[in-house]
Design a protein around this ligand. Structure first.
Ligand SMILES: NC(=O)c1ccc[n+]([C@@H]2O[C@H](COP(=O)([O-])OP(=O)(O)OC[C@H]3O[C@@H](n4cnc5c(N)ncnc54)[C@H](O)[C@@H]3O)[C@@H](O)[C@H]2O)c1
Length: 244
């Protein structure tokens, strides 16, 4: 028996990296998984997996979210789980970030998860049960110089707690995960420099970078009924980096 048997789960950014890891684990645990992503070519590949349905979504679009929620509910009869994972990153220095950069970052990383909660939580509330997992970042907790990226992840952190209190009485749980540096296409530049990689590993108490599976296992716990009394919680998954 899988931990997510008979559950319908939407995972944004499900076509790559951490999202792809979660799609694979959730499907293995028995869920019907909707991998929602802006990258249509990558979605085609995701759709070939058993019990995985690729659907196009720009998380920054209210209209896209509304259409996705309706389609998933009509096609599969309910929505049990949402993982707000899609995101972009940037290491632009403070002085070079302009209003357009800020707005794009906050539109995708901030408004995206907010709109996900806004459009999906009502379907969960209708069945008095649901679990939402928001992917923030350790950069929302400690200063790492990621600037507008950190700000967008801080927005996810605060919004997760607010949403947990807003929707808790309707049976909808909202929790947040805070990954450290995880080996995905997003961090390829970091891990392809041998020297930098060595420094990062050295600086991490558990002496390695994270893998998509490390985040997927934590997301599985928060998505499943194993965590049925947990809402508004924050879990850091960074090999101890930010504990120092
Ligand atoms: N990799 C890390 O070290 C790390 C650390 C902390 C937090 N995170 C967060 O984890 C999440 C996943 O990151 P990843 O490393 O797997 O990155 P990734 O680049 O491998 O995957 C991101 C996915 O999001 C999709 N996406 C981007 N913009 C979108 C949009 N507007 N609408 C829908 N989909 C969109 C991309 O197409 C891609 O499939 C992100 O929110 C990221 O900020 C990553």
């Amino acid at each position: 028996m899988g931990k997510l048997d008979n559950k319908v789960a939407i995972i944004t950014g499900g076509a790559s990296g951490i999202g792809e890891g979660m799609v694979d684990l959730f499907a293995k645990e028995g869920a019907i998984v909707i991998a929602a992503d802006i990258n249509e070519a990558a979605l085609e590949k995701a759709s070939q997996k058993e019990n995985v349905y690729g659907m196009k979504l720009n998380v920054a679009s209210d209209e896209d979210w509304q259409a996705l929620a309706k389609e998933v509910n009509e096609r599969f009869g309910k929505i049990d789980i949402l993982v707000n994972n899609a995101g972009i990153s940037s290491e632009k220095p403070y002085a070079e970030i302009n209003a357009e950069d800020w707005q794009k970052m906050l539109a995708i990383n901030g408004f995206g998860p907010f709109a996900g909660v806004k459009h999906i939580a009502p379907y969960m509330a209708a069945q008095k049960k649901g679990s939402i997992v928001n992917i923030s970042s350790y950069t929302a907790m400690i200063g790492q110089g990621f600037n507008h990226y950190s700000a967008s992840k801080g927005a996810v952190r605060a919004m997760s707690k607010a949403a947990a209190t807003t929707f808790g009485r309707q049976g909808v749980r909202v929790n947040a995960l805070f990954p450290g540096i995880i080996e995905t296409p997003m961090t390829q530049a970091l891990s392809s420099s041998k020297e930098l990689l060595g420094q990062l590993i050295q600086a991490t108490p558990l002496q390695r970078l994270g893998k998509p599976e490390d985040i997927a296992q934590a997301a599985l716990f928060l998505a499943s009924d194993d965590s049925s009394y947990i809402t508004g919680a924050e879990l850091v998954i960074d090999g101890g980096f930010s504990a120092q």
